[in-house]
Structure formats: structure tokens, C-alpha cells
Design a protein. Structure first.
Length: 451
């Protein structure tokens, strides 16, 4: 089996395609279930964010896997395969590992170095575990990606190279001023109460917003966010929750609006925004972080409105200077990819080595039994000593080759050593497979994929 990723992101597809291809959680669930039911895939995980959709799978055939995963993405995204295909990218084996590690470090984000992607990778792994579609390979891969991302942020200055989309967007509006000075005492309206909206609300609170109003279709979630914002501490802010029906009135009072919901249609139309503009003395700042978009792009044409969405943020980020620390992170990614590959290749041969040692133990047991039949006068002490001697001889004969074969298997191109070992010692493939299954079931962890 081999790792394959098929996906599209802000680097490969226009925002118009990305927002149509966005996958809500129920669609992600169905996509994972259908992927696992497909013939080439044994494990699956989906990473779906506002600017990327990627399907990871452990497949037994490359071309069939690419065709199947591409078709499934088209079916579940609602974008026709012919239209989607030109925007898809494919990574295989080590390149797929390299891609996810780079994503985890923020190297593939619109804003280089942003850390929110780590939470999204964690969510992707959790969903795969919950649905039992993530087996050993994808559990190992995503958990290692999280560690690599954290290492990049702790060992380098990648955080200086970029920020979260929320912070970056606010910096664009501040236009060279400190965000705190620009936002001080402003009234903010946050539409949505999910992870991105919560991040936006927390960022606004830390920056010194005078008031934050949270609107959400589920009032309980808005209330929970408001409770967090209202807790005593340096980031405490006056906050209140409102129904979505109250948004037009709050829009007229707000200085800054950040919207990020899971809605499939527009949340703020150009007419709704226009109705909130009369009698304003300062521009209305609108930041749309949703995919698909929440705010009608036609608001660009309204006087008295400053507007940024995912597309305009991507253009601004392309012009942002990259810190020297990015090269350091790239080195970390390359080193970690090599280490991950070596560990996976070494793990691949372990069931064969275990099966070989099990076969040797059976040979020892059989020969000791045969010896007891031929020498019935041996006492208990003598039999025990003979058994220990035979076992020591076998262990010593097997020690050097099994240690060396693990070392060789961990090197690039070492996958064939397991086959060679099975061939040389005439090991039963079913026995090796049984060891693999037992090892997989004994492994600590959560959901596992098909074996």
C-alpha cells in the first residue's frame, strides 16, 4: 500500500472553484466513507479548510487511486470532474508526506507561517479516527505532521513570516499602523461562531476592540463564545450574542464586520450592506473569511466600504516579504520526511522479522521434542540446558541478519528486503499477514482503517 493525496487549493484553483467545491462536515463524512468503500483505498482522511480540499488515502494502485479519488472529490464537491481536474494536484509516497508536512508548517498557506492550519489538521485526524477511516499509516502521518508543525513554530521564527488570516486581514486594513491603535474602541460584529470566527473574535478582543457582537444561527454557540470573551483577563471585552435576524441593525452600528460561517449562500448581500451605510462618518470595514463567501463581492463598488475576502487576502499575501526562517523550516520538513520514510520502511519489515523468529521458535520446539523422544533418559535439568543452548544458537544466527535487514529496509529503496527475507526463508505470506494484523490491533490508538 502507498500514500496518495489528491487535492486543490488556493495555489491551484481560483476562489470561484474553491468556494463551490467546499465540503461541510457531513459531506466530508460521506466522502471518507465512500473512499474507504472504493477498491483501491484502505485508509482515508480529508483536510478541508477555507482554501484547500485534500483527500489522503492509502492505495494499492497509483493510477486507479488517482482516478477514484478525483472522481470522489468531484461527486462530493458538486463540481464536475471535467471542470475540477485541471485544478487538481497529485502527490505520491514521499512527495505526499513532504506536502502535508509543509502544509502543517504553514509553508503552503496563503499567509506563510500561519498556525491555524495545525488545528485543522488535528480536526481532520479526529474525523478519520472517529469514522475509523484512518489506519496506522494516516494516524502516524497526521500525528507526525502535527509534531513537525509545532517543531517549526518552536524552533524557528516562522511566526514572524506570517500570521493567521484574521491578523493578516486586520493588518491590511490598518495600512501600516499598529493593529491595536487602529482597532482601539471600535465596535465589531462577528458573524459565525465556528473555529475561524472564534479566532477572529479573540484576535479582535486582544487588539482592544470596544465591543464585540456575535451572531450565529445556533444561539447556544454564540452564547458560549460570548462567555469566553467576557471572562476576566487582559483580553476581556464587552460582548453579547444576537440572532441572525438582528444582523441588519448591528451592521449599521458596527465599525468592523468579520464573517465566517458554513452557509452555502450569501449571508450579507450588497443591498443589506448598502442599507447600513447612511449617516456613517467612517468607512465600514468588511472581512470575509468564509469559503464559499459570505459577503457579496459587489460591495467592492460601494462608497464608504473597505472590503477584503479570501481572494484579495491571497493577492496581498503574495506580495508579503518572506522571512529568512522559511529556509530553516524547509530544512526541518526535508529532514522529517526522510525520518518518517525510514521509520515506515523499517516498520514494514517488522512483521516479516517477527514471522521469521516465530518460525525459528517452532523449529527449536520441534527439534527439542524430537530429541526428548530419542533420549528419554534426560533429566529435567539436562533438557532445560539443551533447550537453552539450541535457542541461543538460533538467536545468535538470526541476530545479525535481522538487525542488518531492518537497517537496510529503512534506507530508500529498501522495501524489497522484506520480500527477499520471505523468499529466502520460505515464510508463509499468510503468517506474515497475521502478524501484521495482530500488531495493528495491539497498537495503542484510535480508529483504524481496513487492513
Amino acid at each position: 500500500m502507498s500514500l496518495l493525496v489528491v487535492g486543490l487549493s488556493h495555489r491551484s484553483a481560483p476562489v470561484s472553484v474553491l468556494e463551490r467545491a467546499s465540503l461541510p462536515r457531513d459531506a466530508q463524512t460521506k466522502l471518507l466513507q465512500d473512499t474507504l468503500a472504493a477498491e483501491p483505498a484502505a485508509e482515508a482522511a480529508v483536510l478541508a479548510t477555507c482554501n484547500r480540499i485534500e483527500l489522503y488515502a492509502d492505495v494499492d494502485k497509483f493510477h486507479a487511486g488517482v482516478a477514484e479519488l478525483s472522481t470522489l472529490l468531484a461527486q462530493h464537491s458538486g463540481v464536475g470532474l471535467d471542470e475540477l481536474t485541471p485544478h487538481l494536484y497529485v502527490h505520491y509516497e514521499d512527495r505526499a508526506v513532504h506536502h502535508l508536512f509543509a502544509v502543517a508548517c504553514g509553508l503552503d498557506s496563503m499567509v506563510i507561517g500561519e498556525g491555524q492550519i495545525l488545528g485543522q489538521i488535528k480536526d481532520a485526524l479526529a474525523l478519520g479516527q472517529e469514522l475509523h477511516t484512518a489506519g496506522r499509516l494516516l494516524n502516524d502521518l497526521f500525528q507526525q505532521a502535527l509534531r513537525v508543525g509545532k517543531r517549526a513554530h518552536s524552533e524557528t521564527g516562522i511566526d514572524r513570516a506570517g500570521q493567521s488570516l484574521v491578523t493578516f486581514g486586520l493588518e491590511q486594513f490598518a495600512a501600516g499602523r499598529a493593529v491595536e491603535a487602529w482597532i482601539k474602541e471600535k465596535r465589531a460584529l462577528v458573524i459565525g461562531a465556528g473555529s475561524m470566527s472564534s479566532l477572529a473574535a479573540a484576535t479582535l478582543a486582544r487588539a482592544g476592540a470596544g465591543e464585540i457582537v456575535v451572531a450565529n444561527r445556533t444561539p447556544a454557540r454564540a452564547e458560549r463564545l460570548v462567555q469566553i470573551l467576557s471572562q476576566p483577563g487582559p483580553a476581556r471585552v464587552d460582548a453579547r450574542a444576537v440572532d441572525m435576524a438582528a444582523v441588519p441593525g448591528e451592521l449599521a452600528r458596527a465599525d468592523i464586520v468579520v464573517s465566517c460561517t458554513g452557509a452555502t449562500g450569501l449571508v450579507l448581500t450588497v443591498d443589506a450592506v448598502a442599507a447600513a451605510l447612511p449617516d456613517r462618518t467612517a468607512p465600514l470595514v468588511l472581512l470575509d473569511l468564509a469559503m464559499p463567501r459570505d459577503i457579496d463581492a459587489a460591495v467592492h463598488g460601494l462608497a464608504g466600504v473597505r472590503f477584503m475576502d479570501i481572494e484579495s487576502l491571497a493577492k496581498a499575501a503574495a506580495d508579503a516579504p518572506m522571512a529568512a526562517d522559511v529556509d530553516q523550516v524547509r530544512t526541518i520538513v526535508c529532514d522529517e520526511v526522510a525520518a518518517f520514510g525510514a521509520a515506515q520502511r523499517a516498520a514494514h519489515i517488522t512483521p516479516t522479522v517477527v514471522a521469521l523468529r516465530a518460525m525459528a521458535a517452532e523449529v527449536v520446539s520441534s527439534e527439542v521434542t524430537r530429541l526428548e523422544g530419542r533420549l528419554p533418559d534426560l533429566d529435567e535439568r539436562q533438557r532445560a540446558e539443551v533447550t537453552r543452548t539450541v535457542r541461543r544458537v538460533v538467536d545468535k544466527l538470526l541476530h545479525a541478519p535481522t538487525v542488518r535487514v531492518k537497517q537496510l529496509a529503512s534506507e530508500p529503496g529498501g522495501a524489497g528486503y522484506a520480500d527477499a527475507l520471505r523468499e529466502l526463508f520460505d515464510l508463509d505470506p499468510q503468517t506474515v499477514a497475521a502478524v501484521s494484523r495482530a500488531d495493528l490491533n495491539d497498537t495503542d490508538g484510535v480508529g483504524r482503517g481496513r487492513v
